[in-house]
Every structure is written in C-alpha cells, then in structure tokens.
Design a protein around this ligand. Structure first.
Ligand code: XMP
Length: 510
C-alpha cells in the first residue's frame, strides 16, 4: 500500500499540510517531506508523483530554498504550486519576474486543454497569493492557462509530466481546485486510490503483528483520543500482550478516569491498570501558583510515577505511543516560540526499560485518527472528544490547586458540559470548559451575604488550536449554565463568560 504515495516537498508555504490532506482525502496516501530530501531517499518511496509546495521565498533571494534539480528528471510526475512552479521555471531556464505588488485573492483564469484541466471549463476562478510570477516558461514547456496579471498561470511539459500552477488548487476558493488535484493524481500520476481507513487498519494490524510477535507492549493511556485509538488498534492486533496504564493524577474531569476504565477494561476487555497517583501530584502542587511551574511539576511527576511503575515491570519489548502526524511534522519542521510548555504522556521514553517504540498512528491526521477509532467500533463520545491539556484541571484552577477547588471546578465543568450537550451544541463547539478563577466576590443568596469564587466559562471554535474564536453560545444556554452552577455548586456565587479570542488570549487560562 505504501508504494502508492505522492510526496509533497515542503518549501514552507502556509497551505502545505492542506495539500497533503486534500490528496489523502482523494484516496491517495501522501506525506510532507523537507524540500531538501535527497533524491535517493525520494526514490526509496517509489512515489507515484511529487508536489512542490508554495513558500515565502523568492527564487531570486539568497536564502531561496532549492531542491535537487534532478527531481525534475526522474520520470516521476511533478506538480509545482506557486513558489514550486516558479522554481521549476527558474531551474529549467524559464523567466521568473518580480511584480511591484503582491497579488492576493480570487482571480478569473482561462485554461487551455491539458490533462491537468480535464473536465474543467475554459473560464473559472482561482486563488492567487504571490509576488513573483512566471513570465516565460522554459523551453519545451507550453502555457496552459493565463489570467489578466499572469501570462503563465499554468504550464506543462506533457512529455516529462512536469506541471506548474501559479494559483493554489488546494484552497477552497479555487473553484475547480479539487478537480485539478484529482487530475494530477489520477490522469497524470495514474495513482491508485487505495488510501482509506479500513485498508489502513488491516495493513497496520498485520505490520504490528509481524513486528511485535509474542512480545509485550506497554502503552500509557491519557483518556485522550490519540492514545485511546492507538490502544484499540494495538489491542486488535495483539490482544492481551498489550498492557495499558492510566495514571490518574487527580486532575481529570468528573468521572473521566472511571469512564476510561469502564470503556476499555470492562467493555473492550483490555489489560488496563489504573494508578491512583493523585496524592503525589497534589502534594507536589501544594502552594504553587505560577502556571509554568505547575506544568513543569506535573510533567516531572508523571515521569517519576512511570519510573516507579517501570521498576515493577522489568524489561518491556515495546513502548507504544499515540503520536500523530502533526506531532511528527511539528517536531521535524520549524520551531514556534514557547507560549506554554505542553506535555503529553507520549514523552516518556527512557524511563522504562524497553527495546523499541511503536507509534501506530504516526502517519495520520487527527480526522483520520478519529475515522480509525470509529471503524474500530469506539463510541462517538470517545472519538470526538475535545482536546484536554496534559496538566489537566491544574491549569484550569487559577492559583494554588487544592482538592476543594478541584471539586468545585469538576462540578461546575460537568454542569457546563451537560447543558451544552442537552442543547445539542456539543457537536458545534470545538472546545468548552469551566475555569475556577482565584477571585472571590460578594453575592447574596437567600438574604445572606456570600463571599465566594467566580467561575469563568470558556468555549471556542478553532481548526487547529493555533487561533480560536470565542463561541457565540445562545444567552438562554449561558443563563441556564450560570443558574445551575450558582445553585448547585457550593462555593460559587458568580459566573462570567470569556469573550476573548486567541490571539491575544490563549484557549486555556494558564
Ligand atoms: P492554548 O491554551 O495554548 O491551548 O491556547 C491550545 C490547545 O492545546 C491544549 N493544551 C494542551 N494539550 N498538553 C496538551 O496535550 C498540554 O500541556 C496542553 N496545554 C493546552 C488546549 O486545551 C487547547 O486545545
């Protein structure tokens, strides 16, 4: 199955992951690899096609990213997009020019007959985002589309199957973008459309069995989607030889740890052990108010709990992790400024004596992981779970964390979740939760003065958590949540709704 792959060479464009996702959605396996990948490595994939992405550079700049030009002569179909197209023109002796202003937005295009444009009308709309443009295609290349501003909006060398487009077919604003990518995959690369999640599961189960044999695998479950799906897939492959462990740090949401045990151990019959380490974590967190310190303490304590646990196990064959494709891309490409030190249960190798790591989901995007989960029969409730921070409720209790505050937050959060679900909004809002602020204020209840905590409600919509907009929850729903929290949760007399987006705020409060 892996033979049928289209490689996407990453030149740093903002839509690069999107290109890979579009290709996969069309049934062809695709991977993003650095633009500098050696030709030998590329050939080792036996790719059906290669896409060169857009990027922020200009072919004229000193820092311009240039791949090995032999890639254009391998006899493997190539599609250059935006910067990728300019690069092909530049490397093959065409003429690239610098425009005085950037062209950005929708633009009418005229297309000529070409396999790339099969089934597309002569006139259509495309999405442009560029400054440089191809003025003259290289010798042997034909112009196959133009716009008012781009004399060479697309070009081809049909003999060597090398194509370039100045516009972005992967963006929804390009009217026939999907058809153009589909044409590249199926008309030009002649790829086989065999990438789907049930093939993936079958293939992965075989590969896990072949690799693991009858050795044992240890997997740390967090209650999140990725580790849950990884565990279910591993369990399907090797059954009782998979041992799962859930560290209950006492910072989970109401009923969460028990739910994981009920679903995976009692329901699916997995070999799952829950370690109750809440005392340890709470003790370490005593009096700690700084958010970063809290995160670091929890991350370090996780490792220590595992160290202690590892000592009881002896040598383990494999450590399985729920790493997914965006984690792989992010750790391999680029570095973002540290806003918060994230930690996941995944980052534990080293503390357990094991031979190898196994990451069955490392090629999948989040939506593919969810599809795998559903195909494996996991409940929608688990598969569609919202993200939950590794440090748990510790970063939603502002200031020092205590058992009492955690209890207040758990109850308030459960009410919010109940009401959102009851009003049918749970599928519409990307992430929602309650935060216990460190602020107390005066209220009045039953003619008595109160001096209690303020709970903040947080609900956001986002695609990738990098940016987020606060969710417009109907007032009646907010009113019901507020009334219920104040009436049902001791210690709270005020509820506020967070109406800041990210940036400038972050999704979590700490
Ligand atoms: P922020 O607060 O940085 O959160 O806007 C972005 C997304 O990441 C989640 N989050 C975490 N996830 N480990 C995780 O796996 C962490 O330490 C962590 N901290 C925040 C957060 O819930 C949101 O979805």
């Amino acid at each position: 199955m892996r033979k049928n792959v289209v490689l996407v060479l990453d030149f740093g464009g903002q839509y690069n992951q999107l290109i890979v996702r579009r290709i996969r959605d069309m049934g062809v396996y695709s991977e993003l690899i650095p633009y500098s990948t050696e030709v030998e490595k590329i050939l080792s994939f036996s790719p059906s096609g290669i896409v060169l992405t857009g990027g922020p550079n200009s072919v004229f700049s000193k820092e311009s990213l240039i791949m090995d030009p032999r890639i254009l002569d391998l006899g493997i179909p190539v599609l250059g997009i935006c910067y990728g197209a300019q690069l092909i023109a530049h490397l093959k002796g065409g003429e690239v020019k610098h425009a005085p202003t950037k062209e950005y937005g929708k633009c009418p295009m005229r297309a000529l007959p070409s396999p790339l444009f099969k089934g597309i009308p002569e006139k259509s709309t495309v999405w442009m985002s560029h400054t440089d443009y191809v003025a003259v295609p290289p010798d042997g290349y034909a112009v196959i589309a133009d716009t008012d501003t781009c004399p060479v909006a697309a070009f081809e060398d049909a003999v060597h199957t090398v194509y370039g487009v100045q516009f972005h077919p992967e963006v929804v604003h390009t009217e026939y973008g999907n058809q153009i990518l589909r044409n590249f995959l199926y008309e030009i690369c002649r790829a086989e459309g065999n990438w789907n999640m049930s093939n993936f599961i079958g293939d992965m189960v075989d590969r896990i069995r072949a690799k693991v044999g009858d050795r044992k695998v240890l997997l740390a479950m967090s209650g999140g989607v990725d580790s849950a799906v990884a565990a279910t897939l591993m369990h399907k492959a090797i059954g009782k030889n998979l041992k799962c462990v859930l560290v209950d740090h006492g910072l989970m949401r109401k009923g969460e740890a028990d739910e994981v045990v009920a679903v995976f151990r009692d329901g699916l019959g997995m070999n799952l052990e829950k370690i109750d380490a809440s005392e340890r974590f709470l003790k370490k967190l005593e009096g700690v108010t700084d958010p970063e310190s809290k995160r670091k303490i929890i991350g370090a304590e996780f490792i220590r709990v595992f160290e202690d646990y590892g000592k009881t196990l002896g040598k383990v064959g494999f450590l399985a992790q729920g790493t997914i494709y965006p984690d792989v891309i992010e750790s391999g490409f680029g570095k973002a400024a540290l806003i918060k030190s994230h930690h996941n249960v995944g980052g534990l190798p080293g503390v357990i004596d094991f031979d190898e790591i196994i990451e069955p989901l490392r090629d999948l995007f989040k939506d593919e992981v969810r599809k795998v989960g559903l195909e494996l029969g996991l409940d929608k409730k688990i598969v569609m779970r919202q993200p939950f921070p590794g440090p748990g409720l510790a970063v939603r209790v502002l200031g020092a964390v205590t058992r009492e505050k955690l209890e207040i937050l758990r109850e308030a959060d459960a009410i919010m979740r109940e009401e959102i679900a009851f009003n049918g909004l749970d599928g519409d809002i990307w992430q929602y939760f309650a935060v216990l602020t460190d602020m107390r204020s005066v209220g009045v209840m039953g003619d008595m003065r109160t001096y209690d905590y303020t709970v903040a409600l947080r609900a956001v919509n986002s695609v990738d958590a990098m940016s987020a907009d606060w969710a417009r929850i109907p007032y009646e729903v907010l009113a019901k949540i507020s009334t219920r929290i104040v009436n049902e949760v001791n210690g709270v007399n005020r509820v506020v709704y967070d109406i800041t987006s990210k940036p400038p705020a972050t999704i979590e409060w700490e």
